[in-house]
Ligand binder design. Sequence first.
Ligand SMILES: [Zn+2]
Length: 411
Amino acid sequence: MTKPKLDLILNGAGEIITCVPELNNSIGRQRGMAVAIVGETIAAIAPRLELDSIWDTTTALEVDLQGKIIAPGFVDCHTHLVFGGTRAQEYAARMTRTAQEAAALGIPSGIQATVNMTQASSPEELTERASQTLNRMFRYGTTTVESKSGYGLNAEKEIELLQVNHNLQKIQPIDLVSTFLGAHDFPVDIPRPGYLDMLINEMIPHIAKHNLARFCDVYCDEGYYSDKESRLILETGLRFGLLPKIHVDAYANIGGSVLAADLKATSADHLNYTTRSEMALLAKTGVIGVVMPGLDFAVQHPRPFNARLMIAEGLTLALATDFCPGCWMESMQMVMQLACRLYQFSPEEAMYAATMGAAKAVGLETDRGSLEPGKLADIQVWELPTFEDLIYRIGNNAVSMVIKRGQIHHF
Ligand SMILES: [Zn+2]
């Protein structure tokens, strides 16, 4: 009987972080193993010599990693990737000034400033800027990115932003997960009931019909969407096959976590003001908690989320950059460093949350988030002496190579 052919063998890794938990080995750290790849998929993780007995290795490309560390590609499960302009001037002004003082200087600020700059940008300009960000994220080891709309705030522009997600998929290697966040804020030029009607009766049906998003998301917080409005939007999304995700408890608790649990949302994101009993409720209903240390850092959040309490209540956590005009964070390595130093994640907990936890937060845990036979060959290679150096070397980029769907990219 002829043996099946391997396409690629990664050999000589100092360590493999599989992110498959084992007893006393929460992220599946393995030594002395090679990774065997066929096409886009991992075929085996086994000692190099064992591969020859099962597989035809004669035509495989064999890469000697010379002691480098390999790990699953990061899944960045919460970003606002597509927008026009930047808010660098606002960010800089806020180092020494209040929001009111910055506004008094005439510096365009807040979501509305980005909505204006986004509406003034062509789809080509939006695609170009976002693809530059994705290229940098890729070099930081991220192989899947969730991307929300939300800076269009009218039917035409919101749909255009989701089409930009679709176009981005064709021009760069990262897999995109598209999320409709028309309910990011209320537009200044459309009355509130009219915009709600537009979301429910125009945008969601169109987006579902044209398969432009996997998820529907709402910004449920004081001054934004109430829990009732959020429920109406997310239930409409569900009826049209869009799975619920929800921004909750970022700046106030208005019942978003209870709604997330009630709707069995795929994820509840932010969680700064979530109560302990709500954490337990989210855990019980299988909602993934997405936390974003980079955003809290960028806005100097007055109430840090409590990761230890969430973990104690059994909540599965995911980390994300929350890349957006207010938080220009492209590196999941930096997010892990902040999670560990400021939020008392162990390095292993941060690693799991940045890969498997995050894959669960976008409903893709069956084909990515860990290194296992049958999963996508989405792999990052770190030039580091130990796994712990990933957390230790602050601001460093450890990634020297990414394998995306079985294709090697050297940096
Ligand atoms: Zn967000």
